[in-house]
Design a protein around this ligand. Structure first.
Ligand SMILES: Cc1cc2nc3c(=O)[nH]c(=O)nc-3n(C[C@H](O)[C@H](O)[C@H](O)COP(=O)(O)OP(=O)(O)OC[C@H]3O[C@@H](n4cnc5c(N)ncnc54)[C@H](O)[C@@H]3O)c2cc1C
Length: 691
């Protein structure tokens, strides 16, 4: 424990050091334009200037000649020296942004310039939650996001998720529930009476909402939920009830602190008959945030991350709401209890219709995951170009990004991030322009599931690898990998566990699967430098895995279907689903690069090639044992991949600059001047520190 006087002294020193550095070092911090970079070098930190101030112990040490030498290490200079872009970075940003470029620029500006967006670390859970809400409110007040975007500009919803996740994943999680899961459900399943009452307040956050699907006992198997909404003809009300502890609504985002409403998904009973799962609006707090009678809200408390998100458990004790609270676009209940529905088929289909918002939700999650993967890579690669350690002479003079270890770990992740981006753009377009006759809907559902799973796993791998490859710096909260890893786990679990979604992908692909003759095999003149051949190889793998799965399911017959799928062949099910996703991603990347400006194509071809080789390398066991690749060709895969990593590495920083993140959006010391950041006592915070 520090004594009170020591604490005062510490605070005093910190203030002095911060003020003196701030005055001495007014640094312009956006790296992306070369003009800004030139400005940066004009205002390059000069530690001698700090002498004229009454210095803290930390800055006084800067006078020591030895330390002065060490502080000569200038991360900005090292980054500039890493390698000039071989392509037009702003053109690449335009390509990666895909849509809403102007709006994205304005969004980046507020995320960069508004002081509220500066990260804060050592704060209480209550402060974290209030900060996440305040940040979201700021974006809403500026009109950056509206639930009506689903009608007017649906792609913007996803763009906002991607960029916001770079700055605050907790705020973005609250945003996705407010605007997609809650707002989108009210918009799409509700009718005029719900819209008139709620849409405006959803945009302004005067009406904060939740999406109450998951129950303690029923997560991935939510269709079995127990919560009931029973129609009472006498009073023309629904009685919403939680019959058992397992039926508690669980994990409900925005529920613990901020929400006024929840869409409760419940088994709808009329005259003792279950009509399946429907969404009913239930007020849970009044405008002053007093909890409504009959509603019990339990705060789920501290989590492994994203503690700015307030998650809750809900109990409903026979809570009565008016008949009009049923979201009644597709199914309705008349005053006398007559039930009507436009949804054809089994009552399971009614569940699928009400859970429709999960589809765009999966695109929101994939977009958030991509924002976080890009941020991790930008931070890790900037640091890797500026962290000097042992060189050929034993001196600390070699950026770790020169090492093959670093390149082989990070370049494939960069290639995968680009690849997923192009596939995600394609899938978002397909989702936004579905045929009115529903003919492509099933395909869109499968693509939304596979991209959510692959992007969710990818951000986890990226966050973990970047953290490790940045050493101890990677472990500090202020360098942000921890936040992105926490987000990645939410991405993997929320809105459908990734592996469970992959089962759905495999089922749906198997239903439409038609075996074809293998195109790329060991005997087809294997050429690992030929992207067309590699694409054929990926197709052949998918073809073989689905053929094999199909045969096993045929053999199992109707009787053995569940047993074979769930207890015997899970590895095959997962591998088949992944082979579809990876083939699709590679295909989308190929199409996008063919359409790209010729100036961008050389580097994109390298990345595409590296993506294909990475996929093959990771599944080399299958390629080698299935006869798709000879042992001789298989033995070359590692070398070809490593060569590509070496070729991509000089462009790595420029490829990250193309993500279009400002220094302030990243706001991680190791992505900026980490030497200057560490020259003073900053207590691990970035707020108020100029670096
Ligand atoms: C940060 C966060 C926010 C959330 N916000 C909301 C919200 O606002 N509203 C809401 O309704 N829900 C919310 N959720 C809940 C989320 O949707 C569920 O956690 C998710 O659907 C998984 O359910 P579960 O946790 O009960 O997992 P379970 O269904 O218990 O699954 C646990 C594990 O069991 C295995 N498993 C389950 N089913 C199968 C199967 N069929 N085949 C093989 N293996 C299987 C898988 O390994 C799975 O990971 C949130 C969750 C998180 C983490």
């Amino acid at each position: 424990m520090l004594s009170a006087s020591a604490l005062v002294a510490r605070g005093f020193n910190r203030t002095l050091a911060t003020v003196s550095l701030r005055r001495a070092l007014c640094v312009e911090s956006i790296r992306s334009s070369s003009e800004a970079q030139n400005k940066q070098s004009q205002y390059r930190p000069n530690f001698h200037n700090t002498r004229s101030f009454s210095l803290s112990a930390a800055s006084a040490q800067l006078d020591s000649p030895k330390l002065q030498d060490e502080l000569e290490l200038d991360p900005y200079k090292l980054r500039d020296e890493w390698g000039k872009a071989s392509f037009d970075v702003s053109q690449m940003t335009f390509l990666l942004d895909h849509d809403n470029q102007e709006k994205r620029a304005k969004f980046r500006k507020i995320l960069s310039e508004d002081p509220l967006m500066t990260p804060k670390y050592n704060i209480s859970i209550d402060e974290e939650r209030e900060l996440a809400l305040k940040r979201l409110k700021k974006l809403c007040d500026q009109g950056f996001i509206s639930v009506l975007d689903f009608r007017n500009n649906p792609l913007w919803i996803f763009a906002a998720h991607e960029l916001a996740a770079v700055v605050d994943a907790a705020m973005t999680t609250k945003m996705t529930v407010q605007f997609n899961l809650f707002g989108g459900t009210v918009l799409k399943l509700g009718t005029e009476r719900h819209h008139d009452k709620l849409l405006k307040g959803i945009d302004t956050l005067e009406d904060v909402g939740c999406f109450g699907l998951t129950e303690l006992g029923y997560g991935n198997n939510a269709v079995q939920m127990e919560t009931t909404a029973t129609y009472d003809k006498e009073t023309e009300e629904f009685i919403v009830n939680t019959p058992t502890p397992l039926a508690q609504k669980y994990w409900i985002t925005n529920g613990a602190c901020h929400a006024h409403h929840v869409v409760v998904f419940s088994q709808l009973y009329i005259d003792g008959v279950n009509q399946g799962i429907h969404g009913v609006l239930v007020p849970i707090r009044d405008k002053d945030l007093n909890v409504m009678p009959g509603v019990q809200i339990h705060d789920m408390g501290h989590k492994m991350g994203l503690n700015g998100v307030d998650n809750a458990k809900f109990y409903f004790d026979n809570v009565r709401v008016p008949r009009e609270n049923l979201l009644n676009l597709s199914s309705d209940v008349a005053e006398d209890g007559t039930y009507t529905t436009k949804i054809k088929g089994s009552i399971r289909n009614r569940f699928l219709a009400v859970a429709d918002q999960l589809l765009s939700g999966r695109l929101c999650i994939a977009s958030m995951a991509q924002g976080a993967s890009k941020a991790c890579l930008a931070i890790a690669l900037r640091y890797s170009a500026t962290r000097l350690t042992v060189g050929p002479e034993g001196k600390s003079d070699t950026p770790i990004l020169k090492y093959q270890l670093q390149q082989n770990a990070l370049m494939p992740l960069l290639a995968i991030t680009y690849a997923i981006d192009f596939a995600l753009h394609y899938i978002k377009d397909c989702w936004a322009s579905q045929a009115t006759d529903g003919s492509d809907h099933a395909d869109v559902v499968t693509m939304c599931c596979v991209i959510k799973a692959i992007a969710g796993w990818h951000v986890s791998e990226t966050g973990g690898t970047c953290r490790e490859r940045c050493g101890g710096q990677g472990y500090l909260s202020c360098n942000k990998f921890g936040i992105d890893l926490a987000l990645s786990h939410a991405c993997m679990t929320a809105e459908g566990d990734n592996s469970v979604l992959m089962q759905k992908v495999a089922t749906e692909r198997l239903m439409v699967f038609k075996p074809v003759k293998d195109q790329g095999t060991a005997s087809d003149g294997a050429d690992l430098s030929d992207r067309t051949y590699l694409q054929a190889l990926l197709k052949s793998r998918e073809n073989r895995l689905f053929t094999s799965l199909g045969k096993k399911m045929m053999k199992a017959g109707k009787e053995g279907r569940f047993d074979t799928w769930m207890f015997q062949e899970q590895d095959l099910v997962q591998a088949a689903a992944r082979s579809y996703g990876e083939r699709l991603i590679s295909e989308c990347f190929g199409v996008a690069l063919d359409k790209a400006d010729p100036g961008l194509q050389p580097v994109l071809k390298k990345l595409h090639h590296l993506y294909q080789m990475t996929v093959i390398k990771r599944d080399l066991g299958y390629f080698a044992t299935s006869g798709l690749m000879s042992a001789e060709t298989g033995a070359e895969v590692g070398k070809v991949t490593a060569d590509l990593c070496r070729e991509v590495a000089p462009q790595a920083l420029a490829l990250c600059d193309a993500f279009g993140f400002t220094d302030e959006m990243l706001n991680a010391p190791i992505a900026r001047d980490w030497v200057r950041y560490n020259a003073i006592d900053n207590e691990g915070e970035v707020e108020g520190v100029e670096y």
